[in-house]
Design a protein around this ligand. Structure first.
Ligand code: ZN
Length: 286
């Protein structure tokens, strides 16, 4: 599933293409991919302009002139394809499906704009979703989410306080908990723990203040670097010009089982923590 850096990359690219566009038609081929009322969904979108594309955690938010927002979650296999009137394609999301033609048999939601361009949502496994909510209710919808780690709301104090509520769990589970910090998944949890030299299986309550501070700094630096690299391309992003996110080549520990740690030369291990495959160095992560 795309994590914060991948969704942020898609947000930036979509912004260039869809902001200012007027939605003329909405086509839904699979009702289950629309959460809530389909009538509200259509009313929110048809005749509205997209005023901004924002993001919260791993969710894209199309802000609309109708006073609504359309939330989009790509989940396991979702993909957004923007096609210009002239046929140029820009893809954001999982590059699993050949997008030489859109719509195709995996296209379930289409927004057609008044200038002849269109936004297609493809999803092989159909775990993704769209949902329209009034802008005024967005804060309620997102009330369960912790702070955005790249925003000023994320401070060492806020992070420490959130961890206190999860004292009995492992630090890996706490990082995956979207109420502690929003947008981190398996890849960036492992990367952050490696930078902070903490074992994924450490109990939160055992962390010393200095370790929590190191983890805070690690999360910020890992996510900033990943956003700058346009995310991790292996499962999440490729665009219409063939550019890929380059974080995959730069990753420090995730998916490197059996390779040598750059800090100490010990071979990385993979164990299951919090139900997820976790990659770490048994020598320099404590
Ligand atoms: Zn090591």
């Amino acid at each position: 599933m795309p994590e914060l850096p991948e969704v942020e990359t898609i947000r930036r690219d979509l912004t260039k293409h869809v902001v200012g566009k007027l939605v003329q038609r909405v086509e839904v081929r699979k009702a289950k991919l629309i959460q809530g009322s389909r009538a509200v969904f259509r009313r929110a979108l048809i005749g509205a302009r997209i005023t901004r594309v924002s993001r919260r955690a791993k969710q894209l938010i199309l802000e609309l002139s109708s006073g609504y927002v359309a939330l989009v979650h790509l989940k396991m296999t979702g993909q957004l394809v923007w096609r210009s009137r002239g046929g140029m394609l820009t893809v954001g999301g999982h590059p699993i499906i050949s997008v030489n033609t859109v719509p195709n048999k995996f296209t379930y939601v289409t927004l057609r704009f008044s200038d002849g361009s269109a936004l297609f949502f493809n999803d092989v496994r159909q775990f993704g979703y769209w949902r329209a909510v009034p802008l005024a209710e967005l804060a309620v919808v997102h009330a369960h989410l912790g702070p955005e780690p790249l925003s000023s709301a994320f401070t060492p104090q806020v992070f420490w306080a959130a961890l206190q509520r999860r004292g009995r769990t492992t630090i890996k589970a706490a990082l995956l908990d979207q109420s502690v910090v929003a947008g981190i998944g398996n890849i960036y949890a492992d990367e952050s723990l490696y930078v902070a030299r903490l074992r994924p299986s450490r109990r939160v309550a055992s962390l010393r203040t200095v370790e929590t501070a190191a983890l805070f700094r690690a999360i910020c630096s890992v996510l900033r670097k990943a956003v700058a690299a346009r995310g991790t391309s292996f499962n999440s992003y490729v665009d219409g010009l063939g550019r890929q996110g380059t974080y995959w080549e730069r990753r420090l520990v995730y998916g490197r089982t059996g390779e040598a740690c750059r800090r100490c030369g010990t071979l990385f291990k993979r164990t299951v923590v919090a139900g997820r495959g976790s990659h770490w160095c048994a020598h320099c992560q404590h």
